[in-house]
Design a protein around this ligand. Structure first.
Ligand code: T4K
Length: 371
């Protein structure tokens, strides 16, 4: 069995085009295209309500939001972070002249291992930047505990964690700041986009200035800010997407549960995410290809591609293996044994709301009987 049409790891969820046209007409009529326009304001308000947070600043993408979050908190020196993420996490540190210090991950959650953070703290450490990888929540209490003891800021890269909850509500309320991505490949997308969840109005005000070149008013520039503003087009789309996101999340959970049920019967394949966890968003569906599986991870990756299934190896290589990071002492393989072991086993399978059950079954059938 092979597929004629490529099946990608994700396919962006979109509202019907007709529903978007009235929004476009409003933009065309008003000629307000960007710079904190009416849809931008409406989306900030609607998203705060949806996420159950008080303040949030929209951005043109998650990477600029990460860079700005670090600026807003005046983070300098060294920041403890994970090697097991998309490269934007660490790049945001380099763009601020900050040295990333990589700490290994927890083998159960694939997130920064709080038990190893303290040993990496030096007098230069000013913050921790953990990632809720695949939307699995970090151990937020343990991380906050360490941050409180050593007086460190915590900035969560929550790019994968839209709609993820813990007992107290949305996971993005944790830390000093949390950063979301609304890229096309994400659970909630505005084509490109992102946001910083802020604890108070004062911090949001500073972030709003920083994302608009540092302008305070027409004649005052308070900081070397950047252009991180979300346009009216993206904000309008976000308003429509917000109406659909609960359905999209529910469908992702169904697909996740089906994968877990079917893959449990495949020797050598281990599911990373639990089945039917209502608090998760199944933004990705990672599996581990273990030694007892008949093919190596890379052979399975190639073979599935030949059949038309464009799986991805998120997150291989580790960030710490890229040229701009591998010279750091913390990037050494013996410092990151868990992340290194997982990066060579992981494969992310297709998951998106309009992926049909039959296709999921076909994909698992392929994995269960590789050529
Ligand atoms: N922090 C973390 C932890 C992140 O994962 C990311 C981004 C960021 C920060 C930064 O946020 P942003 O600045 O991006 O807002 C993708 C995304 O570009 C990136 O947003 C994402 N993480 C990362 C994990 O994945 P690629 O290079 O793997 O994407 P690409 O173009 O290969 O797309 C994957 C598949 O999705 C394609 O095979 C086809 C499908 N696709 C993709 C696009 C863009 C579509 O069907 N339609 C599309 O428009 O990086």
């Amino acid at each position: 069995m092979s597929f004629e049409k490529k099946i990608y790891v994700t396919q962006p969820d979109l509202p019907p085009l007709d529903d978007f046209l009235p929004y476009l007409e409003k933009i065309w009529d008003s000629r307000i295209l960007t710079n904190a326009g009416p849809f931008h304001g409406e989306l900030e308000e609607a998203m705060c309500k949806y996420l159950g947070v008080k303040h949030l600043a929209l951005f043109s993408n998650g990477t600029l939001a990460l860079i700005t979050a670090l600026q807003a908190l005046r983070v300098t020196g060294e920041v403890i972070t994970t090697p097991y993420s998309f490269v934007a996490t660490a790049h945001s540190l380099l763009w601020n002249g900050i040295k990333p210090v990589f700490v290994d991950i927890d083998p159960r959650t694939f997130n920064l291992d709080p038990g190893q953070i303290e040993a990496a703290i030096t007098p230069q450490t000013t913050a921790i930047m953990p990632v809720h990888c695949y939307g699995q929540p970090c151990d937020v209490d343990a991380i906050q505990n360490i941050a409180d003891i050593y007086n460190l800021k915590v900035i969560y890269d929550a790019a994968h964690a839209f709609g993820v909850k813990d007992k107290g509500g949305s996971i993005v309320r944790h830390g000093d700041l949390s950063v979301l991505s609304f890229h096309a490949t994400k659970v909630f997308n505005t084509f490109e986009g992102g946001a910083i969840v802020c604890p108070d109005a004062k911090t949001k005000h500073r972030i709003d200035q920083l994302k608009n070149f540092g302008y305070v008013d027409e004649v005052t520039v308070a900081a070397p800010g950047i252009n991180g503003k979300m346009s009216e087009f993206n904000a309008a789309l976000g308003l429509l997407q917000l109406q659909r996101v609960d359905l999209a999340l529910a469908r992702r959970r169904e697909i996740g549960a089906l994968y877990v049920d079917l893959l449990n019967a495949v020797p050598g394949i281990r599911c990373v995410l639990p089945r039917d966890e209502q608090s998760l968003n199944y933004s990705y569906f990672p599996i581990l290809v273990e030694e007892q599986y008949p093919l190596s991870r890379d052979a399975l990756y190639e073979w599935l591609r030949e059949q038309g299934v464009w799986v991805r190896r998120y997150f291989y290589p580790l960030i710490s293996d890229f040229p701009m990071y591998r010279g750091l002492a913390s990037a050494r393989r013996d410092n990151l044994p868990v992340a290194a072991a997982i990066a060579i086993k992981v494969l992310c399978l297709p998951i998106y709301p309009n992926l049909e059950d039959d296709l999921v079954r076909d994909i698992v059938t392929l994995i269960a009987s590789p050529a």
